[in-house]
Design a protein around this ligand. Sequence first.
Ligand SMILES: O=C(O)CCC(=O)C(=O)O
Ligand SMILES: [Fe+2]
Length: 266
Amino acid sequence: MSGATGTEGSDFSHELSRESLLRLARREIGAIHVPGFCPQGVAEQAARKALQHDALGNYHKKHTSTVGRVHMPHIDTAWNAEKISRYHDAALPSIHDVRSMFAPHLSPIDHVRLLLQEYWPGGANLLRLRGRPCYIGALRVFQPTTSTFYPHNDHISQETDAPESHGVVEQLVANVYLRVPDEGGDLQLWRRDPTPAETRTILEVEGLDPDSVEPPVHVIHPQAGDLIIFSSQMLHAVTPARDGHRVGMAAFIACKGPDEPLLYWS
Ligand SMILES: O=C(O)CCC(=O)C(=O)O
Ligand SMILES: [Fe+2]
C-alpha cells in the first residue's frame, strides 16, 4: 500500500497540466495523481448523497454486480438499441443531477472537464455517439468487503461502434475519490496492455483471476478528494474495501492525438 509517494516515484505526475497530460497519453508516465483535488468536505457531502440516491443501482455484470453506480453508464447499454436510446435520453438530466449533488460547489468532474479543455492542445468535449450526448460523472459505490474490480482494461471499442468512437489511439480514465475506507479499496496498476488471451477472458468474465497475473507495478491507496488519471487500456484493478464504502466518480477520456479534442464520457 502506498500514499502519494509510495510506489509512485518519478512514474507519476502530481499536477494536471498540458505537459503531464501529453506525457500520460504517450505512456511516458503511469498516472497523474493530484492529492486534494476536491476539498474533503465537498467530497463527503456528495458521497453521502450517492449512498442514498434513488438512481443507485448495480452494474449489469456477473462478477462486478456488487459495485453500485448512480445513473446508467454507457457500458451498461450492452449493445442493446433500447438501452442505448434510454442512456442518451437520460444523459443530460443525469449530468445536471450529479452537478446538483455538489452544489453550491463545483463538481470535481466538471473541474476535470474544464482543465482538459484548457490544457489539451486540441481542446476537449463531451462525447457524442451518433450525434447524441453521453453521460459523464458516474458515481461508483464499492460496498464494504464485497465489491472488487478484478484486473481488467476498458476500451471504447468494447462498448460501441459508433463513427465517433473510431480513431482512438489511447483511452484514459479519470477517477475522483469521494470516500475511501481506511483499509483496502486500493487501486492497482500494471504498466501493460492485456495479452490477446487475457483480453478474451476480460470480455467473457469481466476480469482476470488476480492469481493469474504478475504483481501490479503500482498500488495506490487514494485519499478522499484525490484525482487519479491513468490509461484504462492498461490492466488495472480495485481490491476489496475492508471497513467501509468506497465512493468514486469516473470518466473515460478518449484521445485521438494531440491536435484532436479529447472526448469524455461515463
Ligand atoms: O475506482 C478505481 O480506482 C478505478 C476503477 C476502474 O476500473 C476504472 O475507473 O476504470
Ligand atoms: Fe476500469
